[in-house]
Design a protein around this ligand. Structure first.
Ligand code: MTE
Ligand code: MO
Length: 506
């Protein structure tokens, strides 16, 4: 008896996942959000901001879908078990899952009723698979004790397992097919390859590097560039289908296509981008050669009306941020970027077009997959992270980091090289000092600054006795302001405090 309930639960799980696989395959092929991802989006956007901020972007993101799948597994097992005595429980149980999926899909960005079709077919696959499996199980259970040890039992068990295999096989094949052929991914790769963008390859300026092993590369390769966004499944947007609408408090609404954008006069610049969630000494910062079109002349063509002070930028997946209008119209070079390090933007970094604004954290400015800009006022709007307690304006804060020696490393006593990076985009860094074991501050040597919008590398040498040591760094900005030692959390508007590294000399 026990074994048979386990078999029913197992059948319930197999049937449930078959339905999820069918939904996944169809939505990938149609380039729509899948039901599981839609549920994850719904969970993310309806979770209280305290929890979202605690789970901070990526770490919260990493567990959401596994947890949803785990809950579904338990639910499917229960449905299977209940269906043993009451067949309608399969219809009702999977029905509940389908209703939740439908609600999630209908509340996703650009939802249409047609999006219910993959949910409905997934549901049909669940109930249908469960019916098939249930029928076989029922036959197995009808066997008498004698038959249970005979050929009949073996035959029927094999029947059941064949159906399990078939259902699981169909589920796996659809999942793989969805991955391979779906989501316009292939089309996008081909498009990226065939684009001939009027952009130049990056040439790292002379003198910016301090040439110390272990300091991160001055130009961050796109593959190593940190990734932060709220998307559970990053949007796949084709350049040929992309457009950006600029509207709101403007005299003339503008819609730009990709070709319009690259036909404009180009701009290229080294710009360091960082995340407000970057802890002291953290990794959420990178420096790249960005190419695109300046935003200021585009906004001027639209004719910004008096009284506006913000631009609400929205991405294709519905994320948004409000950027101070001034940062987009002054001479700092805010751009709609189409290329990163001389290549079309990678999908994960916002292909085909994203915004890059020197001097502002990414969460208020660097919209990936940007499709809409509404000129407005801060009073009138409340953007995604602002609603969750993060600062409205988001100017970057000065930061510096020891990268050599590494935390906990062992070095030879005597002369030790210390090196790292420091940044305050749009203002620039004028000096970096280090301090060993709480002693006097001594100046580091700076690599050349390419411009005020990029990080600088620095190096210094110090002499240490054998034993444990701590080295601390602090930077001074181009206006002479020294980086504060006061520690602040990343919430609400960026971390402050000095970075220290402990090492042992022997
Ligand atoms: N569409 C979209 N754009 C976004 C975000 C997002 O969640 N969705 N996150 C922002 C944040 S918080 C940062 S720090 C930068 C990171 O850009 P990257 O992933 O290319 O490094 O993107 C910004 N643009
Ligand atoms: Mo960020």
């Amino acid at each position: 008896m026990k074994r048979s309930t386990a078999a029913w639960s197992f059948a319930g799980v197999i049937a449930g996942f078959a339905g999820l696989a069918v939904n996944f395959a169809l939505t990938e092929l149609l380039n729509q959000p899948g039901a599981v991802v839609a549920v994850a989006d719904l969970v993310r956007d309806s979770t209280p901001s305290g929890i979202v901020n605690w789970a901070r972007e990526n770490s919260g993101k990493a567990v959401t879908i596994p947890v949803i799948l785990l809950i579904l597994t338990v639910l499917f097992a229960l449905v299977g078990r209940l269906a043993r005595t009451r067949w309608w429980m399969a219809v009702a149980g999977y029905g509940v899952v389908a209703v939740i999926g439908s609600i999630a899909v209908l509340t996703s960005v650009d939802a249409t009723v047609a999006r219910l079709v993959p949910v409905a077919l997934g549901y049909v696959a669940m109930v249908g698979s469960m019916a098939l499996l249930g029928e076989r199980l029922r036959r197995l259970q009808a066997l008498t004790d004698d038959q249970l040890f005979g050929d009949l039992w073996r035959g029927r068990r094999r029947d059941f397992l064949v159906i399990v295999g078939a259902v699981a096989g169909v589920a796996s094949v659809s999942t793989i097919a969805g991955r391979l052929f779906g989501q316009d991914v292939r089309k996008q790769k081909e498009e990226q390859k065939s684009l001939r963008l009027p952009v130049s390859s990056p040439v790292v300026p002379a003198g910016v590097r301090v040439d110390v092993d272990g300091v991160q590369p001055w130009m961050t390769p796109a593959d190593d560039f940190y990734l932060i966004d709220t998307a559970f499944s990053r949007p796949v947007v084709l350049a040929e289908e992309w457009s950006l609408r600029i509207h709101g408090m403007v005299d003339r609404e503008i819609t730009l296509t990709y070709n319009d954008l690259i036909a404009r006069e180009g701009v290229e610049a080294w710009i360091t981008l960082n995340c407000v969630s970057n802890e002291v000494g953290g990794e959420l910062v990178g420096n790249a050669w960005w190419s695109g079109a300046l935003l200021a002349p585009i906004l001027a063509e639209a004719g910004v009306q008096p009284g506006a002070d913000a631009v609400l930028q929205t991405s294709v997946d519905g994320w948004n941020c409000s950027t101070p209008l001034e940062a987009l119209t002054d001479d700092r070079g805010a751009m709609l970027a189409v290329a990163m390090n001389g290549e079309p933007l990678p999908r994960d970094h916002g292909y085909p077009v994203r915004t890059i604004v020197p001097g502002l954290y990414g969460y208020v400015s660097g919209t990936k997959w940007v499709v809409d800009m509404e000129v407005t006022t801060f009073d009138a709007v409340d953007a995604y992270w602002t609603q969750r307690g993060w600062g409205e304006l988001g100017p970057v804060k000065i930061a510096s980091k020891v990268e050599v020696p590494r935390e906990g490393s062992e070095v030879a006593a005597g002369e030790v090289v210390v090196a790292g990076t420091a940044w305050l985009q749009h203002t620039g860094i004028s000096a970096v000092d280090i301090q060993v074991d709480g002693g006097p501050w001594t100046p580091a040597e700076l690599g050349k600054a390419a411009n005020t919008d990029t990080w600088v590398q620095w190096r210094a040498t110090t002499v240490v006795e054998p034993g444990d040591h701590t080295v601390t760094v602090r930077a001074t900005d181009a206006d002479g302001n020294v980086q504060t030692s006061v520690r602040a959390d990343v919430l609400p508007d960026g971390a402050t405090g000095w970075h220290s590294v402990g090492f042992t000399a022997s």
